[in-house]
Write a protein of this length. Structure first.
Ligand code: ATP
Length: 423
């Protein structure tokens, strides 16, 4: 096995070896390709297994799924399959040859060799493959000089039309450049500028652009890439002539760094990028936000955050009221999801507002009653508005007076039932 792959964790290396063996059994030529090869050479971790086979990907995928008894999803349209095995995601695709009918269009795809498959990729550093078959096991296929570019720290497109064919590559070029602290080759930089000057983003859907933009927001430090995109004027695809708030993105970053517990808690969830994005577009007014959620594909949760961020001033005023009770903070902030709260926390100007939000993030949002409607029914309260009112009052008490037990909640409930019933 190639030295580069040796740094992969043992279980993953075993999986990759088995893919080679099964490919040999089926007489298929199989390669490990893309980001994982690039990152192995750079000695960075990457566990996304991308396999390309000459021939039918689904034959190999089905054989592996049978051997491992794991979940398999076949994507017929693209002749690809995904396997879910031992916490790893393994994508298997058939080698293909792509041509573009017109700039920005989706490519016309035909079966091809692995070398051809590498030619259709974005940059030379992503056009590297490692053979998994026994005969050439571990050999690096590098028809475009990707290895040398990796060593030199260069991002290089395959041909002058690359950014025009697929303008999302502009976002990818900037992302890789900033992540690895590489530079664009001179020709690549010229082509990137020319493509932007020709308004190439108009030939591709907003959705496709946003998929790549989101990956930038998910980088460990998205700011250098965002600043570069702004300098090149490419961010106009989000909103022409917009002013973005880089300073606030930095504050959100500091917030996460100084709250490691929150970072760990939200690691697997999409919170972090969304808080960055809310900070980035914090100058957008209601019209701009509505236009944004109409143009791009956001989830319900993301849309809510983008619109809710407008309530910053209003909530801020409430939070800075004199002697505000914790239960009032709870009531005000429970309407918002976590990325919005983190955005508020960083964007609010005064310490008292920040402290209120911090309390809610750390403690407040976990408050809930042990008491239920059923308990109240047993106490003679019938379901409806009154029951809701009692539960809400008991919760306020629990928050403000730190009620620790169910018994204490029941006592407070009894008191409320009494006070409501007495004339
Ligand atoms: P990351 O470390 O960010 O996951 P990656 O290179 O693995 O980086 P993906 O977006 O998963 O990124 O892409 C996998 C591979 O698919 C890339 O290495 C590249 O070869 C190819 N690829 C992705 N997008 C494009 C594109 N727009 N044009 C050409 N090739 C692409």
């Amino acid at each position: 096995m190639n030295d580069y792959l040796k740094q992969l964790p043992g279980p993953l290396l075993k999986i990759i070896r088995e893919i080679g063996q099964v490919s040999d059994d089926l007489n298929l030529v199989a390669f490990l390709v893309g980001g994982i090869v690039r990152d192995c050479i750079l000695e960075r971790s990457n566990f996304d297994v991308d396999i390309v086979v000459e021939g039918k990907a689904r034959v190999l995928a089905k054989a592996l799924a049978g051997r491992w008894n794991c979940r398999i999803v076949l994507h017929k349209q693209f002749q690809t399959a995904t396997l879910f095995y031992k916490n790893f995601l393994i994508d298997i695709s058939s080698a293909r040859n792509e041509t573009y009918d017109k700039p920005g269009a989706l490519p016309i795809v035909q079966p091809g060799t692995v070398a051809e498959d590498l030619f259709r990729r974005d940059f030379t550093i992503n056009a590297l493959a490692v053979c998994l078959n026994k005969r050439h096991n571990g050999q690096l296929l590098d028809p475009l000089g990707g290895f040398s570019d990796l060593i030199k720290g260069k991002i290089r497109i395959m041909h002058d039309h690359s950014f025009l064919d697929d303008p999302t590559r502009i976002l990818r070029a900037v992302r890789f450049q900033k992540r690895y602290k590489f530079s664009l080759s001179d020709r690549t930089r010229q082509c990137l500028k020319l493509a932007i000057r020709s308004n190439c983003e108009r030939t591709v859907t907003s959705q496709r652009l946003f998929v790549e933009f989101k990956k930038i927001m998910k980088e460990a430090d998205p700011l250098p890439a965002l600043k570069m995109l702004n300098r090149t004027r490419f961010l106009r695809f989000i909103k022409p002539q917009a002013t973005f708030n880089y300073h606030l993105v930095r504050s959100v970053q500091h917030f996460y760094d100084s709250n490691p517990r929150l970072s760990v808690l939200f690691e697997d969830e999409d919170f972090r990028w969304l808080s960055y994005f809310l900070a980035f577009i914090s100058f957008f007014d209601a019209d701009a936000r509505n236009a944004l959620v109409r143009r791009f594909h956001f989830t319900k949760h993301e849309k809510k955050s983008i619109i809710d961020a407008l309530y910053k001033e209003r909530s801020g005023k409430i939070l800075s009221s004199r002697n505000i009770k914790k239960s009032r903070i709870f009531k005000e902030l429970k309407k918002f999801n976590v990325p919005t709260l983190i955005f508020f926390r960083c964007a609010m100007p005064s310490q008292d507002r920040k402290e209120g939000i911090q309390w809610y993030l750390d403690k407040g949002r976990y408050f809930q009653l042990s008491l239920t409607g059923e308990d109240l029914k047993e106490m003679g309260v019938s379901p409806g508005h009154r029951m809701g009112e009692i539960l809400s009052n008991v919760l306020d008490h629990k928050i403000d007076y730190n009620l620790k037990s169910r018994k204490a909640e029941l006592l407070v409930a009894k008191k409320f039932i009494g006070s409501i019933e007495s004339p």
